[in-house]
Write a protein that binds this ligand. Sequence first.
Ligand code: SF4
Length: 265
Amino acid sequence: MVCARKKITLGTKEWASSNINLISGCSHDCRYCYARKMAIRFKRKTEESWKIMELNKKKLFQNFKKRKGRVMFPTSHDITPEFKEECFLVLKKLLDAGNSVLITSKPHFYVIKELCCNFENFKDLIQFRFTITSLNNNILSFWEPGAPSFEERLQSLKFANSIKYKTSVSIEPFLDKDPIPLVKKLYPYVSETIWIGKMNYLKGKYNSIEELDFYNEIRENCTVENIQRIIYQLRRYKKIRYKDSIKRLDIEIPSIQAPILKFSR
Ligand code: SF4
């Protein structure tokens, strides 16, 4: 066992050396989105206008060189049907330059299917990281109102995995009190890693009792006791990793996760 507090890399730096975005705003409109929070705080967007996606044409026409380390694309919007062509164009330029790219998305199936077909020749440079935070569509539609359903995200993961792309998953923030059934469902289709993190900030004002209930559930999910239980139960799952939001807690995380568990599809 090792103390997980010793060396913590924060935020997207945990996953990549640099990132690229070409759109301001995101129609997925997740309530916990850090980019949304910052855009509203610095008056680049309002609560209403965040979901209206605006293309940064300068970025669209920019050329990219080979960068040091992996590039994460995108980080402050998603690859939505509305802007798939523009996202594909930027992705192509990144890959043509020889960059290794971590594609992060709450995936829309037909966008991912097209992306996989178009970029077949760059398979070695691509790793998908699909954000799938709950099995429950009622929970997903509250927290991530504009994002695809659980089934569509799972379908995207299965598809990418079936044609031998590198696949990984982010369960950050985990929205189910017990995310282990979700982990078990996704595990067979993940070739790389599954990252688990907790919600980083919770607002103090609510518009309805229903809204308050959702926030209270998240507070219960994020107790040290619950997270300790999750870590213990997942101790033998080789592909599991924990995000900085969990590493910062005073919880010991097993460094050796053996034996390897086998799953049938
Ligand atoms: S999909 Fe990502 S960028 Fe878009 S609103 Fe949700 S958290 Fe923010």
